[in-house]
Design a protein around this ligand. Structure first.
Ligand SMILES: Nc1nc2c(ncn2[C@@H]2O[C@H](COP(=O)(O)OP(=O)(O)OP(=O)(O)O)[C@@H](O)[C@H]2O)c(=O)[nH]1
Length: 479
């Protein structure tokens, strides 16, 4: 991911600026969380912990005691100015820090190394890391909050509420926070109305869960979210999933999705709803991560198929793809399509005298030299063994012949090096050219390749290290 595309607020060199920004972010989100408080101390959503954990994951250099201290200090200071919690504030904020530090450390240790470019939201890992961080931080929070003289019958409901909030907010927010980047509008595909269908499906299913109600209705958006995961990029899926989960939690908390008709909302139901929503939220992400991985695999496989592994020039299949995509841009209607078939002379001797590895080095250096001479004026491919093909568009066949000769002469003059050895090679070339009229470039190429093969044979037969084409063939026949 490029520096510009990622959201960058921190820098390893600017420690004071880092400290100030961290302090401001902590205070802002603390304020936001505090304004969402539902019942006394507890919050419906507490986004600060997920936000700070993501900040520490995205900026590994911030993972130092001093920065942890600043974040915790900002929280305690906010409480000191806005509440009368006293020591309880220390416990609550310590529990926040437990979540933040455990989450950041686990993600940095197990996810980042695997995929440097994607901040690897391995959805399974994220789910379990959130679980571990939430259990530990809620334990610290609820035990500390009750204190030694607390009524321990209250422990379980307190722990359940604390844990389910941390866990659901973490699972819903972390993927989005870890992947957030400035949108690159230029890379967005053209808009079609059908693009909105999965989003519309999600909205309709959230509305349906409001109308129908009951615990089961919370899973209504799942199919639509999975549809989103298949259609949209990973960060967009993370955003929609986050919004859907957040809306559902709010609806349940405000009894707009009824879990039990005619019964007021009790903590256990909230606990169950939050866990259910968090579990549902991870499903589209798992699909999205898998779709992303499959897409990358397809990209890698086609890259492998399109390029020759040894020399880096096009493979045979890659050349046919390039003829479809690149050649029409390069070829003007009145121009000649020139196909040169090249075969290194006596290549077997190089293998026999210096070994197969030396042969590979020569093939690779020859391909590099060939690409340099042809430049942007043509396509270079390796058909197999020591046989290469060059396709270019020229104003005349003579011009094509000129390029072929330039290749041949530069090959003859190049000293190829392998270990302490200096080797010289020559190449024989067959050249065929035509102005494709009704034929596609692909068909024209196929017939020119067969013709060039005939002229290559002529070059070999006439002593190698030469270029042959129709004109040379005529001369040979005449003489
Ligand atoms: N090192 C290496 N050798 C290869 C590769 N592919 C094919 N070869 C060798 O290339 C040689 C081609 O030999 P021949 O077809 O007899 O042709 P030549 O020796 O070049 O002789 P002429 O083409 O008639 O000038 C064989 O020894 C193959 O084993 C490769 O990827 N690497």
């Amino acid at each position: 991911m490029s520096r510009q595309a990622r959201l960058m607020f921190f820098s390893p060199e600017k420690r004071l600026a880092n400290a100030i920004i961290l302090f401001v972010i902590t205070t802002l989100f603390y304020f936001f969380g505090a304004s969402l408080r539902l019942i006394d101390e507890l919050s419906l959503f507490w986004p600060l912990n997920a936000v700070l954990a993501a900040v520490f994951v995205r900026n590994p250099f911030l993972n130092r005691a001093a920065y942890y201290f600043i974040a915790c200090g900002a929280m305690v200071l906010f409480d000191a100015m806005t509440t009368r919690w006293g020591w309880q504030s220390l416990v609550i904020n310590l529990s926040n820090m437990v979540f933040i530090i455990i989450m950041a450390r686990l993600l940095l240790r197990y996810s980042r190394a695997r995929d440097e470019n994607n901040w690897a939201v391995n959805a399974f890992n994220l789910f379990y890391f959130c679980l571990i961080a939430s259990v530990l931080s809620s334990l610290v929070g609820s035990i500390g909050f009750m204190g030694p003289s607390g009524d321990y019958r209250q422990f379980l409901p307190l722990f359940a509420d604390w844990f389910s909030e941390q866990f659901s907010t973490g699972v819903l927010m972390m993927p989005l926070l870890l992947m957030a980047k400035w949108p690159q509008w230029s890379k967005w595909p053209a808009f079609h109305l059908s693009t909105l269908y999965p989003l519309a499906g999600t909205i309709v299913s959230v509305l349906a869960s409001m109308v129908i109600g009951g615990a089961g209705s919370l899973t209504f958006p799942l199919p639509a979210l999975i549809w989103c995961a298949i259609r949209y990029p990973l960060p967009i899926t993370a955003l929609i999933t986050f919004l859907t989960g957040g809306i559902e939690i709010t609806l349940v908390a405000h009894s707009m999705v009824e879990m039990h008709h005619n019964h007021p909302l009790v903590v256990n139901e909230m606990f169950s709803a939050r866990l259910g929503i968090a579990t549902m939220a991870i499903c589209p992400l798992i699909v999205s991560v898998s779709v992303d991985a499959i897409k990358r695999l397809i990209q890698q496989t086609s890259l492998r198929a399109d390029y020759d592994y040894l020399t880096g020039v096009y493979s045979r299949s890659g050349l046919y793809e390039a003829l479809k995509i690149k050649a029409p841009l390069m070829h003007k209607p009145a121009q000649k399509l020139c196909v040169m078939l090249l075969d290194i002379d006596y290549f077997k001797r190089i293998n026999d005298s210096f070994g197969h590895e030396c042969g590979d080095v020569v093939l690779s250096a020859f391909a590099a030299q060939l690409s340099k001479v042809v430049g942007d004026n043509g396509l270079v491919a390796r058909l197999g063994g020591e046989e290469f093909v060059v396709v270019c568009s020229t104003d005349s066949e003579e011009q094509g012949y000129g390029i072929a000769e330039k290749i041949r002469q530069s090959t003859e003059l190049t000293a190829f090096r392998y270990q302490q050895q200096t080797l010289f090679i020559t190449v024989s070339i067959g050249l065929a050219a035509m102005t494709p009229e009704k034929q596609t470039l692909h068909d024209a190429f196929n017939s020119l390749l067969a013709e060039a093969d005939k002229y290559l044979y002529l070059s070999k037969r006439n002593g190698r290290n030469q270029t042959s084409n129709a004109a040379v063939e005529e001369l040979t026949i005449d003489s």
